[in-house]
Ligand binder design. Structure first.
Ligand SMILES: Cc1cc2nc3c(=O)[nH]c(=O)nc-3n(C[C@H](O)[C@H](O)[C@H](O)COP(=O)(O)O)c2cc1C
Length: 196
């Protein structure tokens, strides 16, 4: 299968980079065709321009390349830290620009004439790995884990991906090297389970 990994973390050597490398190694060992795009590393431009709102806008070569990677992917993996309960701005801008109307999704009507969203991606699975520092219990009680609904319903569900799994690792700041090594083993297991 063709698999796209998108990584959004500014620091080479971070735990997020280790997650992305583990996903890539696991998938390559299973014989998949893998593309890993490190958004900070390549300096992806996340700034949505006024022109992009126009119907029929021709995207920049950079956005076109990323959009084609998404459209051709059989599965998509995203790796990022929780920043203010959201994805880092570079990844949010990537979503804004790369998941294009008419390509990743479109608006249509159902039999009752009501407006509906039609997801257009061919990817059959999406897997999202996030990291954070807030303890799980507090994240759920205080904030309701906004990233879960965001990735499952608002992004990949919206674009028609039928299977979306997410795993958050916390608290990274309080973790030991042994804990992080165990987490990376879990990353490999989950990758194998979700992307067969
Ligand atoms: C700008 C910024 C915002 C952050 N916001 C949150 C947050 O809302 N919730 C949280 O639990 N951690 C937050 N963190 C902590 C990061 O999630 C944490 O540093 C990261 O997941 C650790 O992974 P790493 O070792 O790969 O950097 C924030 C960190 C930064 C730099």
């Amino acid at each position: 299968m063709n698999i796209l990994i998108v990584l959004a973390h500014p620091k080479p050597g971070s735990f997020n980079h280790a997650i992305a490398d583990t996903v890539r190694n696991t998938l390559e060992a299973a014989g998949h065709q893998v593309t890993l795009r490190d958004l900070h590393g390549e300096g992806f431009d996340p700034l949505f321009t006024p022109d992009e709102l126009a119907r029929g806008h021709v995207p920049t070569p950079e956005v076109r390349e990323h959009a084609d990677l998404v459209l051709n992917a059989d599965a998509i993996v995203v790796v990022h830290p929780n920043w203010w309960a959201q994805a880092p701005a570079i990844l949010k801008g990537w979503l804004d620009r790369v998941l294009r109307a008419g390509e990743a999704y479109r608006f249509g009507t159902n039999e009752q004439g009501e407006g509906v969203i039609i997801g257009l991606l061919k990817a059959k699975a999406a897997l999202v790995f996030t990291t954070s520092n807030t303890p799980r219990e507090a994240e759920l009680r205080l904030y309701g884990d906004p990233l879960d609904n965001f990735w499952k319903a608002c992004v990949w569900g919206f674009c028609g991906v039928p299977k979306v799994e997410r795993r958050n690792f916390e608290s990274v700041i309080a973790s030991t090297p042994e804990q992080r090594a165990e987490w990376l083993q879990e990353v490999a297991r989950l990758t194998q389970a979700v992307i067969a």
